[in-house]
Design a binder for this molecule. Sequence first.
Ligand SMILES: Nc1nc2c(ncn2[C@@H]2O[C@H](COP(=O)(O)OP(=O)(O)OP(=O)(O)O)[C@@H](O)[C@H]2O)c(=O)[nH]1
Ligand SMILES: [Mg+2]
Length: 324
Amino acid sequence: MISSFVITGFLGVGKTTMLTNSVKQYFPDKKIAIVVNEFGDIGVDSKILTNVYSEVLEISEGCICCQLAEEFESGVREIIEKYDPEIIFVETSGASEPFPIFLSLQNLGIAVEGVICVVDAKNFSSYKENSTAKYQLGGSNIIVLNKTDLVSEDEALAVEKELGETKEAYNIKNTMTGKAIFKNYVVHRAEQGLVNKEVFEGIYRVEDVVKLAEDYKHHDHTIKDSLTQKVVYLKEGIAFNDVDQVLENLPENIYRVKGVVKVKDVPNPIFVNYSFGDVSFEELPDYEGKSLLIFIGEDIDRNVATLCQKYDYLNLPLFSTTKA
Ligand SMILES: Nc1nc2c(ncn2[C@@H]2O[C@H](COP(=O)(O)OP(=O)(O)OP(=O)(O)O)[C@@H](O)[C@H]2O)c(=O)[nH]1
Ligand SMILES: [Mg+2]
C-alpha cells in the first residue's frame, strides 16, 4: 500500500522548507512523489521542489480543497501509474484545509501516515484568527512548531498553549459519533523545517474514516477571509536593491510574497520568499520565465495598485489574476 503525508499550514509557515530540508534526508532510498498546490496560479514552489525531487505534480489552479478534488485525484492516479511511488507528500496551499485532501487520499486507497500542520512560531499571533488556519489545526494530527529559531522558549511555550486551545476547539468531528477524528495529536518543534524523524515513521497513521465522515462539509473559508493574490511583473534591467525596496515598504495586509526576479547585478534569477516581514533569497539557475512577484494577503488589490504607481518598474498584467 502506498503511504502518504499531508502537509498543511498557513501561508509562508515553512511547508516547502520542510519538504526540501527534512523529507529527503529521512527517506534517502524511497521513491517519493510530491504533489503541491499553491495559492494562486503560478507555481513557484514546484520550481523549488523539482530541484530536490524528480516527481513533482503541480496542481496550481485554484484551491485544492474547494474545487479540485477531481483534478487532485486524477493527478495522483497518474503519478502512481507513471512513477509507482512508495510515499506521496501533498503540500496543500496555505489557504486550503487539509481534511478534503485527507478524504481524497483515503478514497484512492492510499494510507495517510499523518496530517502535519506546520505552525509559524513567530507569526502565529498574526494569523491565528484566520478561520482557515484554525481548521488546518483542527484537521491535523501532527503539529510542527516551526521557526523556533525566531522566538524565545517562553514565546514558544505560549504559542503551544494557544495552538492547543485552537486545536481542541476546531478538531474535526465525526458527524455520526460526534467524536473528534484527530483527537490524539502530538506537537513537535522544528527549525528550517527540520523536524524529528519520528514524525515520518508512521506511528501516527490515521485510521480509515472515509465512511464515517461522509457528510463533512467544509466551510467557505475563502470568502470569509477574503484572501487574494496579485501577480506583478518586473521590468528588465532593474537592480537587486529595487526589489528589496518594494519588500521593505509593504503594507501589513500583504503578508506573503513569492516570486522569481532577474536583476542586473546578480548573474542568476533570484527566488524571493517573503512572509510576515522576513525575507529569504536564493539563486535559481534554471529559471527561464518572466520576472514576477506574487503578492498574497487580505483585500490587497488597492495596495498592489498603489505599489505599482509608486515603483514604475512594477507592472500589473493586462488581465487581473486575482483569485479568492
Ligand atoms: N528563520 C526561519 N525561517 C524559516 C524557517 N522555515 C522556513 N523559513 C522561511 O520562511 C519562508 C517561507 O517558507 P516556505 O517553506 O516557502 O513556506 P510555505 O509554508 O511553503 O509557504 P506557502 O507554500 O507559500 O504557503 C522562507 O523564506 C523560508 O526560508 C525557520 O525555521 N526559521
Ligand atoms: Mg510552499
